[in-house]
Design a protein around this ligand. Structure first.
Ligand SMILES: Cc1ncc(COP(=O)(O)O)c(C=O)c1O
Length: 400
């Protein structure tokens, strides 16, 4: 069937954070929200059908462990997409990737440890680290020829003892990787992953690979799960996946955490026990339908996002020369280089709110090297995106 992504579906007053928090966050009801990573686009029909069928049962008690059919849906999809054989025991369903990250850092570290991550990055990573009493070791990504790269030397350096008179050994036991990387849109290549992994594993740390955006790829890019690179990489990593980003199901709270090592799995179970309950039954129903029957919708979605990306690229190239798009390889979150506007973080936020009038986040929220950038969510009908681009152009023309 052909899906319609062009029709604008009103979302206000539908318990929708993206639209209903817009006024509080961005100061105006007129601000079109283009921030949090969900899409203003309808989901695949097999998903709504499956949820409707589940509601017919009319009893929604405590869920048991996920049904075999859901576990099979996960295993089969991962095998088909990445030729990775995941054992059913490795899979832990959680209500979200972020709660899982909290549990994983609690399981893998002690307060006072450092946790590696690579700014600019999805800002809850910083909170996950700090709220567990840890310090963030920010191996900042480097922008080289309009493309972000990993600083491997710096990554090595973080593990070296610090201080000259009484050097202290590193207290880094884990790294949180975003692949594809939100917000800079990199889909890390096999060789980059291998290089990062070798450094992390050599230093006895565990790689927590957040791959929630792994199926949102632009043409020509391929996702490689970190764990598939070797048996050692598999054992010394945790992979976080979900149907929620790919299939727009964030409100249903169901994520897939793959933990091959039994000790890490046990530590995670202890860390989350009593805090994270069972997964929402509709979340599991939707996940299974998405993974088994969502491909037709997904290929149309990716085509649509490709069109939206092209629109932004052409528009900015022709009409807003002071803003440069960092070419994304994956995700629907664009990273706009606005450094030519020469605005501080607070000036940028007030420019976004008061002049552009869009609900977008200013880059320093994602880490200190995000200053001067804006993140923009383009998963919306094209007419909305066109209006957003016009607002950007007018605001830049008026002020610069
Ligand atoms: C990298 C990354 N991880 C996790 C999440 C959110 O995960 P969840 O909603 O499952 O907690 C997002 C949402 O944007 C994300 O970009």
């Amino acid at each position: 069937m052909k899906y319609d992504f062009d029709t604008v579906i009103p979302r206000r007053n539908t318990q929708c954070a993206k639209w209903d928090l817009s006024e509080a966050l961005f100061g105006s009801r007129e601000a079109i929200p283009m921030w949090v990573a969900d899409m203003d686009l309808p989901v695949a029909k097999p998903i709504t059908d499956a949820i409707q069928k589940r509601t017919d049962h009319a009893i929604f008690g405590y869920p048991e462990r996920a049904p075999k059919s859901t576990i099979d849906a996960v295993i089969n999809r991962i095998k088909r997409l990445y030729n990775w054989t995941v054992h059913p025991d490795w899979i832990v369903f959680t209500p979200g990737v972020v709660p899982a990250l909290y549990g994983l850092i609690k399981a893998l570290t002690d307060p006072g440890d450092s946790v590696l991550c690579q700014g600019p990055v999805y800002y809850p990573f910083w909170s996950v680290i700090n709220n567990n009493g840890c310090l963030a070791a920010d191996n900042q990504l480097q922008l080289v020829n309009n493309r972000y790269e990993v600083d491997f030397d710096d990554l090595e350096n973080w593990f070296k003892p610090k201080g000259s008179l009484f050097p202290e050994p590193s207290r880094i036991k884990s790294m949180i990787l975003s692949n594809p990387h939100n917000p800079v849109g990199r889909v890390w290549s096999e060789s980059e992953l291998r290089q990062m992994g070798e450094i992390v594993l050599k230093n006895n740390a565990v790689m927590i690979s957040d791959e929630i955006h792994c199926e949102l790829l632009f043409k020509g890019f391929k996702h490689v799960p970190f764990a598939t690179l070797s048996e050692e990489f598999e054992q010394r990593s945790v992979t976080c996946m979900a149907a929620s980003k790919t299939f727009n199901l964030a409100g249903l709270g169901a994520s897939v955490i793959i933990i091959p090592d039994p000790e890490i799995r046990a530590a995670f179970a202890r860390a989350k026990n009593g805090i994270m309950g069972g997964v929402n039954i509709f979340g599991l129903t939707a996940l299974e339908a998405a993974f088994n029957e969502g491909d037709e919708w997904l290929s149309q979605l990716l085509e649509y996002l490709e069109g939206n990306l092209q629109l932004v690229k052409t528009f900015l190239n022709e009409k807003v020369k002071k803003i440069n798009l960092i070419q994304p390889e994956g995700t629907y979150l664009l990273w706009l280089d606005c450094r030519k506007l020469k605005l501080s973080a607070s000036e940028m936020m007030s420019f976004i709110k008061n002049e552009i009038v869009l609900g977008m986040e200013e880059g320093s929220l994602f880490g200190p090297n995000g200053e001067g950038f804006i993140r923009m969510n383009i998963a919306c009908p094209r007419s909305v995106l066109t209006e957003a681009l016009n607002r950007i152009q007018k605001a830049v023309d008026r002020n610069f």
